[in-house]
Design a protein. Structure first.
Length: 134
């Protein structure tokens, strides 16, 4: 029998949130050129709908991330683990801020930079998470 405990639920929810947040950005980014060909307003409409899904999952990532941190005894971690955690937290914050700016600006150039920045920061945070458990 498989033992599925609270820590498994916590990690599952954290990874689910990251999958939707990061994966959704990748999929939406790939669809933008196609959507523009259908209707110039289509990318904006798709982005608004994606935001309705993505932001709750970003909150899920943050909440389960806090839960993850609270489950770790800092006395039992290495300096490398703590540094990686600090970098991960910074990257999560950068991903959220960049995505917020991306959705709030009218400048196409700023949208491009912040959209890419949100994705790269999210991927970096994901890599840090992998490094922390490996």
């Amino acid at each position: 029998m498989i033992d599925f405990g609270a820590s498994d639920v916590r990690i599952f929810l954290h990874l689910l949130g990251a999958a939707v947040w990061i994966g959704g950005q990748i999929v939406l980014g790939a669809l933008v050129p196609v959507l523009r060909g259908v209707d110039p307003e289509a990318p904006r409409l798709a982005a608004r709908r994606f935001a309705q899904v993505a932001w709750p999952f970003f909150v899920l990532v943050v909440v389960t991330g806090i839960w993850n941190v609270l489950e770790v005894d800092p006395a039992n971690t290495t300096l490398g683990y703590q540094a990686t955690l600090g970098i991960k937290l910074l990257l999560v914050a950068l991903s959220g801020v960049a995505a917020f700016v991306h959705s709030s600006t009218e400048s196409r150039a700023v949208r491009g930079i912040t959209g890419g920045g949100a994705l790269v920061a999210g991927l970096g945070a994901f890599v840090c998470g992998v490094l922390m458990v490996g």
